[in-house]
Design a protein around this ligand. Sequence first.
Ligand code: BGC
Length: 286
Amino acid sequence: MTLNSASKLHVKARTAEYPLSACKRFCVSDDKVDWKVEFKEYSPVSYTAPSVERNPPWADVDVTKTSKTLKYNEIDGKVNRKSYTGVYKVSGNLPINPMGRTGVVCRGLLGKWGPNHAADPIVTRWKRDGQKRLIQHKKTQKPILQFVAIQRKDNKQWAIPGGMVDADEKVSVTLKREFSEETLNSLDANAEEKRKIYDQIKKLFKHGTVVYKGYVDDPRNTDNAWMETVAVNFHDDNGESVGRLPLSAGDDAGAVAWIDVGRELTLYASHEELIKKTSEIHSAHW
Ligand code: BGC
């Protein structure tokens, strides 16, 4: 399952300036993204962010500096190194990005060599007027979907409130945890409030529809480390459950809001595509 057509792959993952750094990617033209196309002059820049070099608990060892090998393409202890794209190649000690060249080698801002797994909860409701009637878009005559979006603190872009799957964590747990932390500020809640938030979320998140599972064209991707995600839609059709939750930004989120779904949206990484797919599932305005 891919989000973009092959020719559009690695758009964000070839942005000249690597995020939060002075590092500039080696320029890769559209026709040279595919590894199968010869590119003799290819001389990617090596970059590992200081936050990763400090060796935090969420990061792997630097395999370029040790003889330790990681169990690529496997569940390696608590870390899932399997890719949704299938078996990826490993060259020497380094996993190879299955979607092609990015102009950068090593891990950049990503902690894991190979796939870095995320999960994206897409929480939706219908846009309604004061009388609770669905509002239709003037042009398409289709009802307008709204989703819970956060403004990321790192780059100020609006995004789905997703996050990384922690070691040993089930994706279903990540979805609930990230949503609660970023949009309901559960991290700052007291024990009683926390219990209430989790009770509500548990109910709401029982029935989800998988919108996408696979590789993500993310600006942090490199030739040896990349993002993958599972995006799941939780839809509140009558607006009585999630639709009524009091939103409050927390953790990596600077702001949180219900945002109208439409083609004019500009969102982080591949999130526009994920939201577009969600609008299709509900035959909503796009
Ligand atoms: C974000 C997810 C996003 C993924 C891939 C993660 O850091 O939290 O929302 O889908 O990266 O771009």
